[in-house]
Design a protein around this ligand. Structure first.
Ligand SMILES: [Zn+2]
Length: 495
């Protein structure tokens, strides 16, 4: 029993010892295996980390290479419309994209989806002026895929107060090229195509089919771009700015009206004022161009535009915005209606009775005999014949420069027959008649900045002659004071 029990006890001790050793060994093995597993896991983790790091480095190298390659390509000025290759598809953003666009990527309305859509969008900016500059600038900064920049003018000193992409160093260069260079400096990832050509009924459709266009300035260009957009099925984000006012609307979008639905007939040319004649405070087109960029970004990134069938007006004097509901798409519209009569583009300068340019709009209200050139006026001055030179520009322009012997009565005062101005004119005509010492009519020459308002003034003077005024012979000076500065007196300021 005892033995047995001793044995039993002994064997129990042994077996306990064995079990103890066994579990220790097991623990060792487990710990060993576990240790190996942990080491391997760590190794895998490390390798994965290194891989991610290398991938990031490769991506940075690729971006840098692409940027260098893009910035090394000299910007080629296009003088005709050519077919464009489709934009390279982008399925994900690079780390640099994420960093560059981070402030807009975090917007829930925009996000990565919006950014990728934007990188696939092509936009044509028609006119690289006061509206086109901020528009192109903000679209490029936001990461638009392709930017077509169209303008037929060169950079002039008088552009620089509002056309903020151009500078002293690009004076005399085509605006499209100057704008493209500035855009390249801002965001080399944007594909910039500068077009130095005049948009016409011959090239507009081919060009606009490749882009949705977003800006236009003068009346014939507005009709041309509108019709081309309707025919090509593209939206048109249109803005304008004059003096201290701006307007913005989106045409031909989401069932909304086109420009022709609202303005079926072009306005008479003499009722249209442009920035060159009417002036504009530089920041006004800047603000409107930014609003244009905003609507383009919304449309291009897949959000709804709030300006379809709405006209946004901006009064810079009172800093007041208004939104006016526009009439809907018209079934009888000549281009977007049910039975369109405009099915191809035509000559829009003839249709509108004015040229498609923003600076040298020339009215023709008088006959040849009712007009004299600056050279002829210089001869009259030299000959000493008594006459009256009537400067019909607004007083603010007379303050900039004037001929010292001229009488200043603004066109608006003549139109309103302002009593004191009519009285002053009467007196001066009588004085001149006395100097004439003959019974012939007093010659009155109306002059303005470029020779448009002076023609209107002559028409008014002719109505007044013989009744409200003594009989006079009224003529206007062709080309106005700017022609005087260019052809007769180079020291006379041009503005
Ligand atoms: Zn229409």
């Amino acid at each position: 029993m005892t033995q047995c029990s001793a044995h039993t006890r002994g064997s129990t001790v042994f077996s306990r010892k064995f079990r103890f050793c066994g579990s220790l060994l097991y623990a060792y093995i487990t710990a060993f295996v576990h240790g190996i597993a942990t080491i391997m896991e760590q190794e895998v983790f490390k390798l994965k980390q290194q891989l991610v790091e290398r991938e990031r480095e490769i991506s940075v190298l690729k971006d840098t290479l692409a940027q260098l390659q893009t910035s090394n390509i000299s910007i080629e000025l296009q003088e005709e419309v050519t077919a464009l290759a489709p934009l390279k598809e982008k399925v994900m953003l690079s780390n640099e994209d994420v960093m560059r666009y981070s402030r807009q990527l975090v917007l829930p309305e925009f996000g990565v989806k919006g950014q990728l859509k934007l990188s696939q969008a092509s936009v044509l900016v028609v006119g690289c002026g006061g509206l086109g500059c901020p528009l192109a600038q903000y679209l490029a900064a936001a990461g638009i895929g392709r930017l077509g920049l169209l303008d037929y003018d060169e950079v002039e000193l008088s552009n620089l107060h509002r056309q903020v992409l151009h500078g002293e160093q690009t004076r005399g260069q085509p605006k499209a090229l100057s704008a493209a260079q500035a855009i390249r400096r801002l965001n080399p990832a944007v594909e910039c195509i500068p077009y130095h050509l005049r948009l016409s009924h011959e090239n507009a459709l081919q060009l606009i089919q490749q882009y949705p266009p977003y800006c236009s300035d003068n009346v014939p260009t507005r009709y041309l771009v509108n019709d081309a957009c309707v025919l090509a099925g593209k939206p048109l984000v249109s803005a304008s700015a004059l003096r201290m006012e701006g307007q913005l609307t989106v045409y031909n979008y989401e069932g909304g009206p086109c420009y022709r639905c609202l303005y079926p007939v072009p306005p008479p040319p003499e009722t249209v004022t442009n920035c060159s004649d009417g002036g504009v405070l530089g920041v006004v087109p800047g603000i409107m161009g930014c609003f244009q960029a905003l609507e383009v970004l919304k449309i291009a990134s897949g959000q709804a535009s709030s300006c379809s069938q709405q006209l946004l007006t901006f009064d810079a004097q009172d800093v007041r915005f208004r939104s006016i509901r526009l009439r809907p798409r018209q079934a009888g519209c000549a281009v977007c209606g049910e039975k369109p009569t405009v099915t191809a583009l035509k000559d829009y300068e003839t249709f509108c009775g004015t040229s498609a340019t923003d600076k040298c709009r020339r009215l023709c209200l008088l006959s040849k005999e009712q007009r004299i050139s600056v050279q002829e006026y210089k001869e009259i001055l030299g000959g000493g014949t008594p006459h009256l030179l009537l400067d019909v520009r607004p007083l603010v322009e007379v303050d900039i420069c004037h001929l010292p012997f001229s009488l200043s009565i603004p066109l608006a005062s003549l139109e309103d027959r302002k009593t004191e101005d009519v009285q002053l004119l009467k007196e001066r005509i009588v004085e001149t008649k006395q100097q004439l010492k003959s019974e012939s009519c007093v010659p009155v020459y109306a002059i303005c900045k470029t020779g448009n308002d002076s023609q209107k003034a002559v028409q008014i003077l002719q109505q007044m002659a013989g009744s409200e005024l003594e009989p006079i012979s009224a003529k206007d000076v062709k080309g106005g004071l700017m022609a005087w500065a260019q052809k007769i007196d180079p020291s006379f300021p041009q503005y």
